[in-house]
Design a protein around this ligand. Sequence first.
Ligand SMILES: [Zn+2]
Ligand SMILES: [Zn+2]
Length: 277
Amino acid sequence: MPSKLILLGTGGGRHTTMFQARSTGGFLLNARGSWVHVDPGPGALVNMMRIGYNLEGTNGIVISHCHPDHYSDAEVTIEGMSRGGWVKNGELYGAKSVLDGSGGLGPCISRYHQGLASERHLVKAGDRRSICGIPTEITGTDHSDPCNVGFRFDTGDGIVSYVSDTSYSEEIAGQHKGSRILLLPVTTPSGNRIKYHLCTDDAFDFVKIVRPELTVFVHMGIVMLRRDADAQAREVEEATGVRTVAGKDLMTLDLGEDVRIGSAPLRECSWNPAWNI
Ligand SMILES: [Zn+2]
Ligand SMILES: [Zn+2]
């Protein structure tokens, strides 16, 4: 089976999050036999239930930084990973602000919930480590939570880069060279740059440096959504020659010979078999 991504949310920023104009649930990565949930913000639980995903199947939870669009469903997803808190299970990774607190931010995961995971690890830019058996490089960002990090997951079917919230620099983009899929947080459209975030103008430069097989816009803010995110992504594709799409909630990406884009099927049911505890 090729590695796979399920986008549980493609929104980001305060207004998209508070109105849930898009879900902000992060994504599930299935690679090397593990399921890893990255940045379970608001909407993660609802969307996992909509597709009948069993939280007990999660092997690890990764939280990039201490902003609520990246962590607010995390404690309950940890309860899911640990079978309702009955057994210590799974690996938990977070930046210092997430797990210990830093500079007035966090910790955003309670000590109790941190203790439900069988492993708890701080991550910082420059680290290399195995996350649930997936070799991973931790990358740097320039963000209002200075502890924030991005990730390069070596899935065995190519590298999946999750840039996480950041302003643009050549150095930050350069860390993601060689990735097959670039999950790029393009928060605002062209001409609307806000501090510590990427806009479409930055996406042109970012994609030109990384040149992945596929770029997916995620973490889209409310102005981006109103402006037509698909059109913004098309402009980046036309200018760079790199396949580029605006993510959709519950979009799936299969890393076969080509990257196949699909949609996770909804499971409308009155009883989810996962509830048979
Ligand atoms: Zn964010
Ligand atoms: Zn942030």
